[in-house]
Design a protein around this ligand. Structure first.
Ligand code: ADP
Ligand code: MG
Length: 341
């Protein structure tokens, strides 16, 4: 059984770039720390590292993020994914190892979540254009034809030739729900394997991943913020060498005729998911998995989402419902959530 807590929010509609905050490493390591905030992957990213190679590590982490953006962005016309989206219906298209891996894993999460996650919604996402100045409410007649034959089954992958093929013209890949998680994992991998970093925290617009514990061996405190007031934390979780990823209806949205339209779409309707949740935070060891699940559980709605997460090993979640109740999965006792890597 999940735990519920009553919660009354302050009704301040604020759009914020990130929905989690964190506490940093301790003072004695601060002489060897480096931190930078930059716009990358269409979001505000902060990398904070501790130890002798902190500065080098920060530079390398951002380099990695930029490299991945040029592969995985669905919007940037220069990206590999953008090019693949233009040709993969007409012909089998060969792709880089990175794009193949992200596609294979994203489609696997789509299958496992029974289509709540749907990374083939590229054309419908483009109609909405959330996060751009062209964001608008598409007409039903624009959306309906694109709902035909959508879904992960419509993308064919060939491992041997490393090619991608779309089975119908309605399909375009969009990894908005998984790419930041993949990038966070990759940034962490580079930092630990190539720079020997043992202490740090990366925040990719609400995708937070920690490297190890804080210098003093204490876990990192990750605050889940109030969707109505980002200066307020509704719950703090403690994690070591793990990730926390939030999806919310307040990150990219517009209001028209009193209705809030936000960037997490229900794949069945092509309109903003509206199943009773306004914020989902997933804790796991792997950030791409957590990213996929934060979006998928948002679409599922509370009951399905709780059952789904509670059936998984080593994954926990914090949900906020539209009536402002905070619900945590059963494994989130007072202990620290720890990754094993
Ligand atoms: P954020 O980008 O704010 O971290 P998410 O991880 O929840 O949020 O991903 C939302 C993005 O994923 C959207 O901007 C869009 O590109 C894409 N998307 C929207 N709805 C879905 C869905 N049901 N399945 C897969 N991708 C989605
Ligand atoms: Mg996501």
């Amino acid at each position: 059984m999940a735990k519920r807590m009553g919660y009354i929010g302050a009704f301040l509609a604020l759009a914020a770039v990130c929905s989690l905050w964190f506490t940093g490493c301790g003072r004695s390591l601060q002489s060897q720390s480096a931190s930078r905030t930059e716009l990358v992957m269409s979001t505000v990213a902060t990398v904070t590292l501790y130890g002798e190679r902190a500065q080098e590590g920060v530079d390398a982490a951002f380099e990695k993020a930029k490299e991945l953006e040029m592969i995985l962005s669905a919007q940037n016309e220069e990206s590999e994914l953008y090019q693949v989206n233009q040709t993969a219906y007409e012909r089998e298209t060969e792709v880089s190892e990175t794009l193949f891996t992200v596609t294979r894993r994203s489609l696997q999460y789509c299958r496992e979540t029974d289509g709540a996650l749907d990374c083939t919604l590229g054309k419908i996402n483009a109609l909405w254009a959330f996060g751009t100045e062209n964001a608008r409410l598409p007409a039903q007649e624009e959306i309906t034809p694109l709902l035909v034959d959508r879904g992960y089954e419509q993308v064919q992958l060939n491992e041997e030739t490393r090619t991608i093929r779309f089975l119908n013209p309605n399909i375009q890949l969009d990894f908005g729900a998984t790419a930041k998680g993949f990038a966070a994992d990759e940034m962490k991998r580079v930092l630990t394997e190539e720079y020997g970093i043992t202490c740090g925290i990366i925040n990719l617009g609400g995708n937070i991943i920690t490297i190890g514990a804080k210098y003093d061996g204490q876990p990192w405190g990750i605050g889940v913020t109030d969707p109505d007031d980002h200066t307020r934390v509704v719950s703090t979780e403690y994690i070591t060498n793990a990730t926390a990823v939030t999806s919310g209806n307040y990150e990219r949205y517009f209001i028209q005729d009193g209705v809030r339209y936000h960037h997490i779409l229900d794949p069945k309707t092509g309109y903003s998911a509206n199943n009773g949740l306004i914020s989902t935070t997933v804790l796991a060891e792997n950030s791409m998995l957590a990213d996929a699940l934060s979006t998928a559980t948002y679409v599922m709605g509370l009951d399905k989402a709780v059952a789904y997460i509670e059936a998984m090993e080593n994954v926990e979640a914090i949900f906020i419902t539209e009536d402002r109740t905070v619900v945590k999965t059963a494994g989130l006792a007072d202990d620290t959530f720890e990754g094993t890597a």
